[in-house]
Design a protein. Structure first.
Length: 113
């Protein structure tokens, strides 16, 4: 009988600890995703080169870099055909590739009118 009570207590404690870990983890995930949205970087740029997988752009209004390679691989948010000379508004994730020019992943790309 004592073994049964001890086993039940251990089981209850273990379940309580596991549920606390799961709750904390999901709270952290939502905080990370809300921070990710505010960490995006936006700039205006002119397209210098167009390929199937990226755009080489000259950045017009960001002091951190003059040019960028915008990754188009897997990005399906374009609602225009990119061409050399177009001016675009770009929002990227805050993760910038360590290359020259930096390689960036877009959140949105809009043609400026």
């Amino acid at each position: 009988m004592k073994k049964g009570i001890a086993l039940s207590l251990i089981l209850l404690l273990t379940m309580g600890l596991l549920s606390a870990c799961t709750t904390e983890s999901s709270t952290d995930s939502s905080a990370d995703s809300s921070n990710a949205a505010t960490d995006n970087i936006s700039f205006t740029a002119t397209i210098d080169e167009v390929s199937d997988t990226e755009l080489l752009v000259t950045v017009l209004d960001n002091a951190n870099f003059d040019q960028a390679r915008v990754n188009l691989d897997g990005f399906d948010g374009l609602d225009f055909q990119p061409e050399v000379g177009q001016t675009i508004a770009v929002t990227i994730t805050s993760q910038v590739g360590m290359s020259m020019p930096p390689f960036v992943n877009p959140v949105s790309i809009q043609l400026e009118k």
